[in-house]
Design a protein around this ligand. Structure first.
Ligand code: SAM
Length: 198
């Protein structure tokens, strides 16, 4: 068995044993521990939230005084008292209006783990994924509190710098990272963005 396969199996088994809906949960746990992204009492939006691993993690970190709002094109039933989920395609022109209607106030943290259906054609998948990520970036001025944080998945490729320069202009600190639960062979990376300038 290859090392990458062994690691994938490790996180999959761990998620099953610890009751997380996806291996992705461990990516968020690692990044929250390293960067302090989510605190008790925070309000958090999670775009591309299905099947719900990040919702479970965020729910624990915000605690009973915080709230987590999840959006995805797929419906998610999670049964946690501080988590609210909605069906939404972020690429629709009215997506921002829907988010504002559901969340009602600005939030402390915006997460996006969005990835489109993978075609296998690298340029196509990269372009689609960045396009969806930019839809989320466009929403930030309307949904994120000044001083708030953001975590965005991106697929590597030529448009990465475009996203980076947008983020550099609106956050105090921006880091590009690959958590250890992310498969080595996957082209995904994460922008950790701290202290939104508003
Ligand atoms: C890798 S999964 C997210 C895993 C999730 N973070 C977890 O921990 O369970 C990517 C998600 O992005 C969603 N997605 C893809 N295109 C979308 C769109 N246009 N709007 C909203 N969600 C989308 C997919 O339906 C999928 O559930």
């Amino acid at each position: 068995m290859k090392l990458s396969q062994a690691r994938r199996d490790f996180y999959r088994r761990k998620a099953r044993e610890e009751g997380y809906r996806s291996r992705a949960a461990y990516k968020l746990i690692e990044l929250v521990k390293k960067y302090g992204l989510i605190r008790p009492g925070d309000y958090v939006i999670d775009f591309g939230c299905a099947p719900g691993g990040w919702l479970q993690v965020a729910s624990k970190y915000v605690g009973s005084k915080g709230k987590v709002f999840g959006f995805d094109i797929k419906a998610v039933e999670i049964g946690l008292p501080n988590v609210f989920t909605y069906v939404l395609d972020v690429s629709l022109p009215n997506a921002l209006d829907v988010v504002k209607e559901c969340v009602l106030s600005e939030v402390n943290v915006v997460l996006s783990d969005i990835s489109p259906n993978i075609s296998g054609v690298w340029e196509v998948d990269h372009t689609k994924q960045i396009d969806l990520t930019l839809k989320v970036v466009d929403m930030l001025p309307h949904i994120l509190k000044p001083g708030g944080h953001c975590l965005l998945k991106v697929f590597q490729g030529p448009y990465l710098d475009l996203v980076r320069s947008r983020l550099n202009s609106i956050f105090e600190e921006v880091y590009l990272t690959k958590p250890s639960a992310s498969r080595k062979e996957s082209s995904e990376l994460y922008f950790v963005c701290l202290s939104y300038l508003g």
